[in-house]
Design a protein around this ligand. Structure first.
Ligand code: NAD
Ligand code: GLY
Length: 371
């Protein structure tokens, strides 16, 4: 059995990402080795719990933990303070103590909310991430960004709070809907472009990228490991996004704008990121920061993954430009873009003017079919 342990080297909050097939059944033993208290609250949603809840509980109970359970409703719409308040009520009723642990079993929604609850309950209790979507495995579960949405915007309420362990069992991806898998691949492509040229070449060489059952187990393991390593290395150098960590927002500037303008219902986050990466890449070509050839290589990989490369029908370019001004990354009124410089490297720039954005987005308008 292939097993990798990737360290997240943070001076105050170091932890490991453990990646191994069927590690879900060894969850109890892994947590036991961290010497946390004996009470744990498993937090999931009905979908994920239906698939994997019994195995997680059995492993925890076998290791001697007193297991409590809370299920959030499934979906981004429930990523709210109200949902977190329900978890606080459950924690109170269960008598969780400072040395107790919340264990998030699910995608980014469950992970972000459970992490925020862990950061705030009793001013901070133990927290473990067991990500079950590809996006959560390679991105959301690592690095300590936790939080919930405000009616006026996504992730406006939150805290940096690192987990004590991230446990990844790639076999759970077999039940993940294919579209969700592809959305996660967008973040994997991101790491290849901004950080790890070797990973990018592996993605180029792979025959299929759109479905986990088309990837061999060793290739899936390698893709997961390199992506987690990329995220761990960036976060290890800049935990609170003072500088370098901003490169993880590659594709997210235009991506967030199109996600928001389509009401967060039409596009999955990774699909928005894919469109955003195509846009940022074109901006970088126009600014002579990187080559048209690398731009074409990136587009090819994104297309192979079955991800969108054009702005969705009905989204106006001027609306995107206006939306960019409300981006969290705007500084002193200037929109900041992460732009690739070569495969495996990126920079942050606030020198992209609206005229260039307009020209670039015009190239990415949906293709119209003449009848
Ligand atoms: P999600 O958590 O909504 O999961 C997607 C769907 O897949 C859900 O319906 C879920 O129930 C289902 N699911 C999960 N695992 C499954 C499995 N193994 N088998 C079958 N179904 C499964 O979506 P997501 O893409 O994982 O996460 C998106 C969230 O993550 C957003 O709220 C976003 O803001 C957040 N996020 C956070 C960070 C961070 O750094 N904290 C980074 C990126 C995204
Ligand atoms: N998902 C971006 C970050 O963690 O910084």
């Amino acid at each position: 059995m292939t097993q990798s342990v990737i360290p997240v080297n943070l001076p105050q909050n170091a932890y490991e990402i453990a990646l191994a097939s069927d590690s879900l059944d060894r969850l109890g033993a892994w947590i036991k080795s961290l010497h946390l208290g004996h009470k744990v609250m498993l937090v999931s949603n009905p979908t994920v719990f239906g698939y994997y809840g019994k195995r997680a509980i059995a492993s925890l109970e076998t290791a001697g933990f007193e297991v409590h359970l809370h299920l959030f409703n499934d979906g981004e719409a429930y990523k709210t303070l109200d949902s977190v308040a329900q978890l606080y009520d459950k924690a109170l009723a269960a008598g969780l103590e400072r040395n107790s642990t919340f264990i998030a079993l699910g995608g980014g929604v469950v992970g972000d909310m459970t992490g925020f609850a862990a950061a705030t309950w009793l001013r901070g209790i133990g927290f473990i991430q067991i990500p079950t979507t590809l996006l959560a495995m390679v991105d959301a579960s690592i690095g300590g960004k936790t939080g919930v949405n405000h009616p006026q915007g996504k992730n406006l309420i939150g805290a940096f709070y690192q987990p004590r362990l991230v446990l990844i069992d790639p076999t759970v991806l077999q039940t993940l809907p294919e579209r969700e898998f592809r959305a996660g691949i967008a973040e994997v492509i991101k790491y290849g472009v901004i950080w790890d040229a070797g990973l990018f070449r592996q993605l180029e060489d792979a025959r299929h990228l759109a479905n986990p059952s088309h990837l061999s187990n060793p290739l899936l393991h390698e893709i997961l490991m390199r992506s987690c390593q990329a995220k761990a290395e960036v976060v290890g150098q800049d935990e609170k996004e003072a500088g370098l960590r901003a490169i993880l927002n590659y594709g997210h500037t235009i991506g967030h704008a199109v996600e928001s303008l389509t009401g967060y219902t039409e596009l999955l986050h990774g699909e928005g990121v894919a469109i955003g990466m195509v846009a940022a890449s074109r901006l970088a070509v126009a600014l002579n920061l990187w080559s048209a050839e690398d731009d074409a290589r990136q587009t090819q990989v994104i297309e192979k993954a079955g991800l969108p490369t054009r702005i969705p029908e009905g989204v106006e370019i001027e609306a995107i430009i206006a939306k960019l001004q409300t981006d969290k990354k705007v500084k002193d009124g200037r929109v900041r873009f992460v732009l690739p410089t070569r495969i495996g490297n990126a920079t942050v720039s606030d020198r992209v003017d609206n005229e260039l954005i307009r020209d670039t987005l015009t190239q990415l308008q949906p293709l119209t079919v003449n009848r």
